[in-house]
Design a protein around this ligand. Structure first.
Ligand code: NDP
Ligand SMILES: O=C(O)C1=N[C@H](C(=O)O)C[C@H](O)C1
Length: 248
Protein backbone atom coordinates (compact mmCIF):
# COMPACT_ATOMS: atom_id res chain seq x y z
CA UNK A 1 0.00 0.00 0.00
CA UNK A 2 1.67 3.30 -1.07
CA UNK A 3 1.36 6.19 1.39
CA UNK A 4 0.63 9.43 -0.46
CA UNK A 5 0.76 13.01 0.82
CA UNK A 6 -1.11 15.62 -1.23
CA UNK A 7 0.05 19.27 -1.34
CA UNK A 8 -2.63 21.77 -2.35
CA UNK A 9 -5.09 19.26 -0.91
CA UNK A 10 -8.03 21.64 -0.58
CA UNK A 11 -7.68 23.04 -4.12
CA UNK A 12 -9.58 21.92 -7.22
CA UNK A 13 -7.12 19.17 -8.21
CA UNK A 14 -6.19 18.32 -4.61
CA UNK A 15 -9.77 17.52 -3.63
CA UNK A 16 -10.37 15.38 -6.74
CA UNK A 17 -7.05 13.56 -6.25
CA UNK A 18 -7.61 12.80 -2.55
CA UNK A 19 -11.01 11.32 -3.50
CA UNK A 20 -9.47 9.19 -6.28
CA UNK A 21 -6.58 7.92 -4.13
CA UNK A 22 -8.91 7.08 -1.24
CA UNK A 23 -11.07 5.16 -3.73
CA UNK A 24 -8.14 3.07 -4.96
CA UNK A 25 -7.27 -0.27 -3.42
CA UNK A 26 -3.48 0.10 -3.43
CA UNK A 27 -2.86 3.65 -2.13
CA UNK A 28 -3.81 5.69 0.90
CA UNK A 29 -3.69 9.42 1.69
CA UNK A 30 -1.60 9.95 4.83
CA UNK A 31 -1.32 13.76 4.76
CA UNK A 32 -3.44 16.53 3.23
CA UNK A 33 -1.43 19.75 3.19
CA UNK A 34 -2.81 23.10 2.13
CA UNK A 35 -1.82 26.72 2.77
CA UNK A 36 -0.74 27.26 6.41
CA UNK A 37 -0.50 23.50 7.17
CA UNK A 38 2.82 22.15 8.43
CA UNK A 39 4.83 20.31 5.75
CA UNK A 40 6.50 18.29 8.51
CA UNK A 41 3.28 16.23 8.65
CA UNK A 42 4.40 14.61 5.36
CA UNK A 43 7.50 13.23 7.10
CA UNK A 44 5.76 12.43 10.40
CA UNK A 45 3.11 10.41 8.56
CA UNK A 46 5.84 8.53 6.65
CA UNK A 47 4.63 9.35 3.15
CA UNK A 48 6.35 7.39 0.34
CA UNK A 49 5.16 9.75 -2.40
CA UNK A 50 4.14 13.41 -2.46
CA UNK A 51 1.61 14.57 -5.06
CA UNK A 52 2.17 18.29 -5.68
CA UNK A 53 -0.80 20.46 -6.65
CA UNK A 54 0.24 23.54 -4.67
CA UNK A 55 0.32 26.82 -6.68
CA UNK A 56 3.14 27.46 -9.18
CA UNK A 57 4.80 30.13 -7.01
CA UNK A 58 5.46 27.66 -4.15
CA UNK A 59 5.58 24.29 -5.91
CA UNK A 60 9.27 24.48 -6.91
CA UNK A 61 10.24 24.96 -3.25
CA UNK A 62 7.96 22.08 -2.31
CA UNK A 63 9.64 19.75 -4.79
CA UNK A 64 13.06 20.79 -3.50
CA UNK A 65 11.92 20.11 0.07
CA UNK A 66 10.62 16.62 -0.86
CA UNK A 67 13.94 15.79 -2.51
CA UNK A 68 15.78 16.86 0.64
CA UNK A 69 13.48 14.60 2.70
CA UNK A 70 14.16 11.65 0.34
CA UNK A 71 10.53 11.30 -0.78
CA UNK A 72 9.44 10.54 -4.37
CA UNK A 73 7.41 13.28 -6.05
CA UNK A 74 4.70 13.46 -8.71
CA UNK A 75 4.41 17.09 -9.85
CA UNK A 76 1.01 18.14 -11.23
CA UNK A 77 1.55 21.87 -10.76
CA UNK A 78 2.13 23.78 -13.99
CA UNK A 79 5.09 25.91 -15.02
CA UNK A 80 7.95 23.43 -14.64
CA UNK A 81 9.96 24.52 -17.69
CA UNK A 82 13.33 23.20 -18.86
CA UNK A 83 15.17 25.40 -16.31
CA UNK A 84 13.10 23.93 -13.47
CA UNK A 85 13.82 20.41 -14.72
CA UNK A 86 17.55 21.21 -14.78
CA UNK A 87 17.38 22.50 -11.18
CA UNK A 88 15.66 19.30 -10.07
CA UNK A 89 18.21 17.19 -11.94
CA UNK A 90 21.00 19.04 -10.10
CA UNK A 91 19.29 18.51 -6.73
CA UNK A 92 18.95 14.78 -7.44
CA UNK A 93 22.71 14.40 -7.77
CA UNK A 94 22.80 14.47 -3.95
CA UNK A 95 19.61 12.38 -3.63
CA UNK A 96 19.91 9.61 -6.20
CA UNK A 97 17.30 7.50 -4.36
CA UNK A 98 14.53 10.05 -5.13
CA UNK A 99 12.42 10.01 -8.29
CA UNK A 100 10.58 13.05 -9.62
CA UNK A 101 7.82 12.63 -12.20
CA UNK A 102 6.62 15.92 -13.72
CA UNK A 103 3.27 15.58 -15.48
CA UNK A 104 2.19 18.76 -17.30
CA UNK A 105 -1.17 17.16 -18.09
CA UNK A 106 -2.76 13.99 -16.71
CA UNK A 107 -5.24 13.75 -19.61
CA UNK A 108 -4.45 11.07 -22.18
CA UNK A 109 -5.99 13.26 -24.89
CA UNK A 110 -3.69 16.16 -24.03
CA UNK A 111 -0.64 13.88 -23.95
CA UNK A 112 -1.45 12.47 -27.38
CA UNK A 113 -2.18 15.93 -28.79
CA UNK A 114 1.19 17.18 -27.58
CA UNK A 115 2.96 14.25 -29.22
CA UNK A 116 1.05 14.71 -32.49
CA UNK A 117 1.97 18.40 -32.40
CA UNK A 118 5.68 17.60 -32.10
CA UNK A 119 5.33 15.14 -35.00
CA UNK A 120 3.57 17.68 -37.22
CA UNK A 121 5.82 20.62 -36.28
CA UNK A 122 8.57 20.26 -38.92
CA UNK A 123 6.07 19.82 -41.78
CA UNK A 124 4.40 23.26 -41.62
CA UNK A 125 5.62 26.81 -42.14
CA UNK A 126 3.52 28.33 -39.33
CA UNK A 127 2.49 27.15 -35.88
CA UNK A 128 0.65 28.82 -33.00
CA UNK A 129 -0.97 27.50 -29.81
CA UNK A 130 -4.25 28.66 -28.24
CA UNK A 131 -4.91 27.40 -24.72
CA UNK A 132 -8.31 27.94 -23.07
CA UNK A 133 -8.90 27.58 -19.32
CA UNK A 134 -11.27 28.51 -16.50
CA UNK A 135 -10.84 32.04 -15.09
CA UNK A 136 -9.72 30.68 -11.69
CA UNK A 137 -6.38 29.63 -13.17
CA UNK A 138 -3.56 31.77 -11.70
CA UNK A 139 -0.84 31.15 -14.27
CA UNK A 140 -0.42 31.72 -17.99
CA UNK A 141 0.52 30.11 -20.23
CA UNK A 142 -0.75 26.73 -19.09
CA UNK A 143 1.90 24.14 -18.26
CA UNK A 144 0.52 22.09 -21.13
CA UNK A 145 1.02 24.92 -23.64
CA UNK A 146 4.51 25.52 -22.29
CA UNK A 147 5.41 21.83 -22.70
CA UNK A 148 3.81 21.67 -26.16
CA UNK A 149 5.69 24.78 -27.31
CA UNK A 150 9.00 23.41 -26.01
CA UNK A 151 8.50 20.11 -27.88
CA UNK A 152 7.42 21.90 -31.07
CA UNK A 153 10.43 24.24 -30.88
CA UNK A 154 12.81 21.31 -30.36
CA UNK A 155 11.32 19.37 -33.32
CA UNK A 156 11.53 22.43 -35.59
CA UNK A 157 15.06 23.26 -34.52
CA UNK A 158 16.24 19.66 -35.12
CA UNK A 159 14.65 19.78 -38.60
CA UNK A 160 16.24 23.18 -39.38
CA UNK A 161 12.87 24.97 -39.83
CA UNK A 162 12.74 28.74 -40.27
CA UNK A 163 10.73 30.78 -37.72
CA UNK A 164 6.98 31.04 -38.42
CA UNK A 165 6.45 33.99 -40.78
CA UNK A 166 4.86 37.08 -39.21
CA UNK A 167 4.80 40.56 -40.70
CA UNK A 168 3.31 42.21 -37.59
CA UNK A 169 5.09 45.50 -36.86
CA UNK A 170 2.27 47.37 -35.14
CA UNK A 171 0.58 45.80 -32.09
CA UNK A 172 -0.09 48.56 -29.55
CA UNK A 173 -2.56 46.36 -27.61
CA UNK A 174 -0.35 43.27 -27.44
CA UNK A 175 -2.98 41.11 -29.14
CA UNK A 176 -0.47 38.91 -30.96
CA UNK A 177 0.04 37.06 -27.65
CA UNK A 178 3.29 35.66 -26.26
CA UNK A 179 6.15 33.58 -27.66
CA UNK A 180 7.79 30.54 -26.13
CA UNK A 181 10.99 29.56 -27.93
CA UNK A 182 9.61 31.25 -31.05
CA UNK A 183 6.19 29.55 -30.92
CA UNK A 184 3.21 31.94 -30.64
CA UNK A 185 1.02 31.18 -27.60
CA UNK A 186 -2.38 32.72 -26.76
CA UNK A 187 -4.00 32.22 -23.34
CA UNK A 188 -7.79 32.50 -23.07
CA UNK A 189 -9.60 32.57 -19.69
CA UNK A 190 -13.35 32.05 -20.10
CA UNK A 191 -15.93 30.65 -17.63
CA UNK A 192 -17.17 27.26 -18.81
CA UNK A 193 -13.78 25.95 -19.93
CA UNK A 194 -11.85 23.54 -17.73
CA UNK A 195 -8.84 22.83 -19.94
CA UNK A 196 -8.65 23.02 -23.73
CA UNK A 197 -5.92 23.58 -26.27
CA UNK A 198 -5.63 24.02 -30.02
CA UNK A 199 -2.43 23.85 -32.04
CA UNK A 200 -2.73 25.45 -35.48
CA UNK A 201 -0.31 24.48 -38.25
CA UNK A 202 -0.28 26.08 -41.69
CA UNK A 203 1.39 26.05 -45.05
CA UNK A 204 0.10 27.63 -48.25
CA UNK A 205 -3.49 26.43 -48.83
CA UNK A 206 -3.54 23.92 -45.98
CA UNK A 207 -4.31 24.14 -42.25
CA UNK A 208 -4.07 21.37 -39.65
CA UNK A 209 -5.80 21.98 -36.30
CA UNK A 210 -5.17 19.68 -33.31
CA UNK A 211 -7.56 20.14 -30.39
CA UNK A 212 -8.31 18.51 -27.07
CA UNK A 213 -10.82 19.37 -24.32
CA UNK A 214 -10.89 18.15 -20.72
CA UNK A 215 -14.25 19.10 -19.25
CA UNK A 216 -14.02 17.48 -15.81
CA UNK A 217 -11.18 17.05 -13.31
CA UNK A 218 -12.33 13.45 -12.80
CA UNK A 219 -11.16 12.73 -16.37
CA UNK A 220 -7.61 13.38 -15.14
CA UNK A 221 -7.77 10.96 -12.21
CA UNK A 222 -6.77 7.76 -14.08
CA UNK A 223 -3.64 9.67 -15.14
CA UNK A 224 -2.97 10.82 -11.56
CA UNK A 225 -3.24 7.24 -10.24
CA UNK A 226 -1.07 5.90 -13.08
CA UNK A 227 1.65 8.48 -12.31
CA UNK A 228 1.58 7.68 -8.57
CA UNK A 229 1.90 3.96 -9.30
CA UNK A 230 4.75 4.54 -11.76
CA UNK A 231 6.97 7.07 -9.97
CA UNK A 232 8.80 4.59 -7.73
CA UNK A 233 10.08 2.80 -10.87
CA UNK A 234 11.18 5.93 -12.78
CA UNK A 235 14.71 6.89 -11.72
CA UNK A 236 15.76 10.56 -11.81
CA UNK A 237 13.49 13.12 -13.45
CA UNK A 238 10.82 12.10 -15.96
CA UNK A 239 8.62 14.60 -17.81
CA UNK A 240 5.26 13.71 -19.35
CA UNK A 241 2.70 10.98 -18.74
CA UNK A 242 3.56 9.52 -22.16
CA UNK A 243 6.61 7.93 -20.47
CA UNK A 244 4.27 5.39 -18.84
CA UNK A 245 1.51 5.02 -21.43
CA UNK A 246 3.32 2.43 -23.54
CA UNK A 247 3.60 4.73 -26.57
CA UNK A 248 6.68 4.59 -28.83
N1 NDP B 1 -1.07 18.36 -14.49
C1 NDP B 1 -2.40 18.47 -14.68
O1 NDP B 1 -3.03 17.69 -15.41
C2 NDP B 1 -3.12 19.57 -14.00
C3 NDP B 1 -2.40 20.55 -13.38
N2 NDP B 1 -3.03 21.56 -12.76
C4 NDP B 1 -2.18 22.52 -12.09
O2 NDP B 1 -2.19 22.25 -10.70
C5 NDP B 1 -2.03 23.46 -9.97
C6 NDP B 1 -3.19 23.60 -9.01
O3 NDP B 1 -4.38 23.75 -9.73
P1 NDP B 1 -5.78 23.86 -8.99
O4 NDP B 1 -6.00 22.69 -8.11
O5 NDP B 1 -6.78 24.19 -10.04
O6 NDP B 1 -5.49 25.18 -8.11
P2 NDP B 1 -6.23 25.62 -6.75
O7 NDP B 1 -5.89 27.07 -6.57
O8 NDP B 1 -7.64 25.19 -6.76
O9 NDP B 1 -5.46 24.75 -5.64
C7 NDP B 1 -4.23 25.07 -5.07
C8 NDP B 1 -4.37 24.86 -3.57
O10 NDP B 1 -3.08 25.01 -2.97
C9 NDP B 1 -3.26 25.84 -1.80
N3 NDP B 1 -2.01 26.45 -1.39
C10 NDP B 1 -1.60 27.74 -1.46
N4 NDP B 1 -0.37 27.88 -0.93
C11 NDP B 1 -0.02 26.64 -0.48
C12 NDP B 1 1.12 26.16 0.21
N5 NDP B 1 2.14 26.96 0.52
N6 NDP B 1 1.15 24.85 0.54
C13 NDP B 1 0.14 24.01 0.22
N7 NDP B 1 -0.98 24.43 -0.43
C14 NDP B 1 -1.05 25.73 -0.78
C15 NDP B 1 -4.31 26.83 -2.24
O11 NDP B 1 -4.87 27.50 -1.13
P3 NDP B 1 -5.44 29.00 -1.36
O12 NDP B 1 -6.47 28.89 -2.43
O13 NDP B 1 -5.98 29.37 -0.01
O14 NDP B 1 -4.27 29.83 -1.80
C16 NDP B 1 -5.30 25.90 -2.91
O15 NDP B 1 -6.14 25.27 -1.99
C17 NDP B 1 -1.94 24.56 -11.02
O16 NDP B 1 -0.60 24.83 -11.31
C18 NDP B 1 -2.62 23.95 -12.23
O17 NDP B 1 -2.19 24.51 -13.44
C19 NDP B 1 -4.38 21.65 -12.73
C20 NDP B 1 -5.15 20.73 -13.37
C21 NDP B 1 -4.58 19.60 -14.05
O1 LIG C 1 -5.09 24.99 -14.10
C1 LIG C 1 -5.69 24.07 -14.70
O2 LIG C 1 -6.91 23.88 -14.62
C2 LIG C 1 -4.89 23.17 -15.54
N1 LIG C 1 -3.61 23.28 -15.52
C3 LIG C 1 -2.67 22.47 -16.20
C4 LIG C 1 -1.88 23.32 -17.16
O3 LIG C 1 -1.51 24.45 -16.78
O4 LIG C 1 -1.61 22.86 -18.27
C5 LIG C 1 -3.27 21.25 -16.82
C6 LIG C 1 -4.65 21.45 -17.35
O5 LIG C 1 -4.54 22.22 -18.50
C7 LIG C 1 -5.57 22.10 -16.32
Amino acid sequence: MSRVAVLGARGRMGVASVRAIVGSSDMSVVAEIDVDDDLQDVVDKKADIVLVFSPPDVAREHVQWCIEQGIHVVVGTSGFDEDAVEQIRAALVKASNVNVFIVPNFSVGAVLMTRFAAQAAPHFESVEIIEMHHPGKVDAPSGTALHTAELIARARSEAGCAPSPDATRLDPHGVRGGRIEGVGVHSVRVRGFMSSQEVLFGIDGEILTLRYDSVTRESLMPGVLTALRAVTGLPGVTVGLDAVLGLD
